[in-house]
Ligand binder design. Structure first.
Ligand code: SIN
Ligand code: MN
Length: 204
């Protein structure tokens, strides 16, 4: 594996997936979304998020008027589908960990979607990295430090890139300012998919 780019502790592995692997992963994700439909969640404050999301795995990440959390069921009441093999094997190659992720969160960004700066801190154990995979249109990823309001840097993520948020970057602020709609031909209707693999461990 080639050495990653390192930006503020985030490890960025460029072009980890071939075009064929990306297309196969999209097919796997479509099957997940068919079993567990994507939704635009609302925040505790009642604001609709611009991304659509669903999950696979033992636990799924959700947001609603009660706040952010992991749940064992989709809001419609069914279990989350299993994490696709393509993502489990990527997790294994990248992390070399025996422990599998509990959650595979799938975010879809349409033309005007974005994600504000935030920390991934709803998990019960921060010793495991979060592994993020980008598919489809380019996304402008912004990374900062562990303090809110600190200095940030931006980097474009392209289809097939993998980011590891571990060590000092595990609790670092990050977000997506915008996508370059139509920059990739992977998804027929354009847009960007981001997948994050997370070990949630025991819930409080
Ligand atoms: C996230 O922080 O959940 C998504 C990051 C991304 O879309 O690259
Ligand atoms: Mn995040």
């Amino acid at each position: 594996m080639t050495e990653p780019l390192k930006i503020a502790g985030f490890e960025i592995f460029k072009a980890q997936l071939t075009a064929k692997e990306q297309a196969a992963m999209v097919a796997d994700l479509r099957a997940v979304a068919q079993a567990a439909p994507m939704r635009h969640p609302v925040t505790r404050g009642g604001k609709q998020m611009s991304v659509k999301m669903t999950s696979a795995g033992r636990l799924g990440w959700i947001s609603d008027r009660r706040g952010y959390r992991y749940e064992a069921q989709h809001p419609d009441g069914m279990d989350w589908p299993a994490v696709p093999e393509s993502l489990l094997s990527l997790w294994q190659n990248i992390t070399n960990l025996a422990r599998e992720p509990d959650c595979c969160l799938i975010n879809f960004y349409g033309e005007n979607a974005r994600m504000g700066l935030h920390q991934d801190n709803d998990e019960g154990d921060f010793s495991f990295p979060v592994v993020s995979v980008s598919l489809g249109d380019d996304g402008l990823f912004r990374v900062g430090g562990v303090e809110r309001g600190g200095k940030t840097q931006s980097v474009w993520l392209n289809s097939g890139d993998v980011v590891v948020m571990g060590g000092d970057a595990r609790l670092a602020y990050h977000g997506v300012d915008r996508i370059r709609f139509g920059s990739s031909s992977l998804l027929p209707g354009n847009g960007r998919i981001n997948i994050t693999l997370r070990v949630v461990a025991d819930l409080a």
